[in-house]
Design a protein around this ligand. Structure first.
Ligand code: IPE
Ligand code: IPE
Ligand code: MG
Length: 249
């Protein structure tokens, strides 16, 4: 049995879903749900940091979310500036490093400036790295990595998984150990397609604005019960020793 702290995932990825339904149930506009969703994110960053999670990657705006009504899209863009103004100083003090992943080319200048400012101010922090996926899509990520590799002159025979990984948006982080999706849907919705090859999934009906430290602990407990084999053979301490490579928990 490994030490208790080794059961804490090093990297947690979250699809923060359910903001709109949370607001609708309260007869409020969807954007109010997003606003409360920001508070849930701030609390989750703190809770992850306290538990020793080193990387947290959250899906904030997908490449497909542009297809939502204009007022919702502009409300979400406005929230970026509000959230950065309200929470950035505290994040910086708490040792949070903020990174943005996604296609910045379609994002308005003022939103890009807010993200740039957040990244620059927190660049030297190391307590926890929070990557915000904004105008992000897993397919886009793989495609942009291929394009960069080609532009760098990498020959086809030299391109392998390790090399391509260096061009992916999360090249600075290990692959996620735990992928949480709130809101009850059982799908990836084009999040970290490349990086989730051996990630453990935890789905919960909890709507994102209701997500809290207790919900996080439930997800981590669920994760801690999983056998991660990565295609290999689990070590069985009670039985005969397997020949070949084996992975323990
Ligand atoms: C997730 O909540 C946040 C974003 C996609 C920006 P939703 O807005 O998708 O909420 P539901 O799924 O409609 O309840
Ligand atoms: C995924 O949620 C994107 C984010 C949480 C930012 P969606 O609500 O957009 O995904 P679908 O439409 O349910 O697949
Ligand atoms: Mg949704």
């Amino acid at each position: 049995m490994l030490a208790a702290e080794s059961r804490v995932p090093q990297h947690v990825a979250i699809v923060m879903d359910g903001n709109g339904r949370w607001a609708n149930r309260r007869m409020m506009p969807r954007v109010v749900g997003h606003k409360f969703g920001v508070d849930a994110l701030v609390n989750t960053i703190h809770a992850c940091s306290e538990r020793g999670v080193e990387y947290l990657t959250v899906f904030a705006f997908s490449s497909e979310n542009w297809n939502r009504p204009d007022d919702e899209v502009s409300g979400l863009m406005g929230l970026v500036m509000t959230a950065v103004a309200k929470y950035l100083a505290r994040m910086a003090e708490d040792g949070v490093r903020i990174r943005i992943i996604g296609d910045r080319s379609r994002v308005a200048d003022k939103v890009r400036d807010a993200w740039d400012h957040a990244e620059q101010l927190t660049a030297n922090n190391r307590k926890i790295t929070v990557s915000v996926a904004f105008n992000y899509g897993g397919r886009w990520d793989i495609l942009q990595a291929c394009r960069k590799a080609i532009a760098d002159g990498v020959a086809p025979q030299d391109l392998d998984e390790t090399r391509l990984s260096r061009y992916m948006s999360l090249s600075y982080a290990p692959d996620p150990d735990l992928f949480i999706r709130t809101g009850g849907e059982l799908r990836i919705s084009n999040f970290l397609l490349w990086q989730s090859a051996y990630t453990e999934f935890h789905f919960t009906d909890c709507l994102w604005p209701d997500f809290d430290a207790r919900a996080l602990d439930l997800a981590i407990e669920d994760y801690a019960r999983r056998d991660r084999r990565f295609g290999q053979v689990k070590v069985d301490l009670s039985g005969p020793v397997e020949s070949g490579t084996a992975v323990g928990r």
